[in-house]
Design a protein around this ligand. Structure first.
Ligand code: UD1
Length: 439
């Protein structure tokens, strides 16, 4: 078969065309069938940034087709990398990389662009990365990333909205204890430490499967990392030597999977997810079980047998392996259909309740007190026009739309497109009546 080579710019034009789309959804009686889960966005982002450390062309399989991935690839091409899409894989060649400034126009669209800070600094000894700025779900500072890099010997200045980082003698291995668990912070410092001089120990490291995959790929590529999957990581730096990165395939997206399990639960439908990793979904499956659903699991599939009467639940979002903040909004939509009072406490992001007012407009009975939402169910939801406010809030509105009377229009779905691969097509495939339209 002839290989299909697509250059990066063709993909980017496609992204611009979809900017003002919205979703029109009707309520459904039930869904049935199979949904294939895409590669994890949050695993892909650090692994793409990691290619900055490579001396070879890096072959990545199972990248999801989502806007955030295209944004980070665009950032790499702006820095001089060559990115091509060849059949089912993306090939990233960072050898020609010459530019070390990640500019505001890209970083403002995606905070995770901060992930290039560690690898750029460790490869070039200097870089400038725009400060990410505001975020809909809370303040989201990056102080812990910067403090850790300073401990590794970097000189960091904030000038005109940019982080200017310098380490002319290379970064030095040291002991870092994170005050708080940070996912992208851990990834950034692991990548910085990969090319550092000597050994870096990170204590209170994130345990998220996405961080684990980054460490595994680096370790399999010759950067020795001890303690993978634990809170103490020891990274043996290569003293500035670029690495030969192995071919790899992105792990399944546990948040996408959790969202479709909620679609099964809210519509009381049996659906099966394929290409999924049940081990990464422990806390999500446990909460769905508390709400009355049960599951059949294999190594890479999950079938949900939904509750006919959904039970109320108490949820506290915390770091992995506890319940993920990225599933909080979807469970809130589900809780509107549970019998009784559900309590949902958000511990990671102070402002991650933007979906509440939109769900209320659909008829949900939700009251907010600080970091805690109280959801009284079961309520009859009514279809209306609602606005997506952030990535996961958007999918919560789609879930509500599946059971709301009549028609729901979810606007501003560019938020949704940042992280869900073909959501409306996947839902249509199991029987939902949902269409992407232009504003
Ligand atoms: C990552 C995920 C995001 C998820 C979040 C929490 C990616 C690309 N994004 O975001 O989907 O919702 O983890 O699971 O993987 N903090 C500080 N200072 C810092 C860094 C973080 O105070 O320097 C705080 C944050 O404000 C937040 C908490 O630590 O309250 C956790 O944030 P963090 O784990 O860093 O989230 P992200 O990595 O940005």
């Amino acid at each position: 078969m002839k290989s299909k080579l697509i250059r990066y710019n063709d993909i980017n034009n496609f992204q611009l065309k979809r900017h003002m789309d919205y979703l029109k959804a009707q309520s459904v009686d039930s869904l049935s069938g199979t949904i294939n889960i895409s590669g994890a966005k949050n695993a892909s982002l650090p692994l793409i940034a990691m290619t900055i450390l490579a001396k070879n062309d890096v072959n990545i399989r199972n990248l999801p087709h989502v806007a955030d991935i295209r944004t980070l690839l665009k950032l790499l091409t702006n820095l001089g990398a060559d990115v091509s899409f060849l059949d089912e894989k993306v090939v990233v060649d960072t050898k020609p990389l010459y530019e070390t400034k990640a500019t505001y126009d890209i970083v403002k669209t995606m905070r995770a662009s901060i992930l290039v800070l560690g690898p750029l600094l460790s490869r070039f000894g200097h870089c400038e990365v725009s400060l990410p700025g505001g975020c809909a779900i809370g303040q989201r500072p990056i102080d812990l990333h910067l403090k850790a890099l300073e401990q590794m010997g970097a000189q960091i200045e904030i000038k005109s909205g940019y982080i200017e980082a310098r380490a002319p003698e290379g970064l030095q291995g040291c002991s870092i204890i994170f005050d708080k668990i940070t996912v992208t912070g851990t990834a950034n410092i692991v990548m910085a430490a990969a090319l550092a001089n000597g050994k870096t120990t990170i204590t209170n490291a994130a345990l998220e499967p996405e961080v684990v995959q980054l460490c595994e790929v680096l370790n399999d590529s010759g950067v020795k990392i001890e303690g993978i999957g634990t809170a103490v990581l020891t990274i043996h730096g290569t003293a500035g030597k670029l690495i030969d990165i192995i071919d790899f395939s992105i792990i399944p997206d546990r948040i996408e999977a959790g969202t479709y399990l909620c679609a099964g639960a809210i519509t009381k439908s049996q659906i099966t997810l394929t290409s999924v990793e049940p081990k990464h979904l422990g806390a999500v499956l446990a909460k769905l079980e508390e709400m009355g659903s049960s599951f059949t699991l294999t190594d890479d599939t999950i079938t949900i047998h939904p509750a006919q009467n959904i039970k109320a639940v108490k949820i506290i979002t915390q770091e992995y392996p506890a319940f993920p903040t990225d599933m909080q909004a979807q469970f809130m939509a589900l809780a509107t259909q549970a019998d009784g009072v559900s309590i949902i406490e958000e511990r990671l992001f102070e402002n991650r309740f933007m979906h509440v007012s939109e769900l209320q407009r659909m008829g949900a009975d939700i009251s907010l007190n600080g970091h805690t939402a109280t959801v009284k169910g079961k309520t009859t939801l009514s279809g209306t026009d609602v606005m997506a406010t952030d990535l996961r809030a958007s999918s919560a509105l789609v879930l509500a739309a599946l059971v709301a009377n009549g028609e729901t229009n979810v606007h501003r779905i560019y938020h949704l497109d940042r992280g869900y691969d073909a959501l409306e097509k996947k839902l249509e495939g199991v029987g939902a009546d949902i269409k992407r339209l232009k504003e």
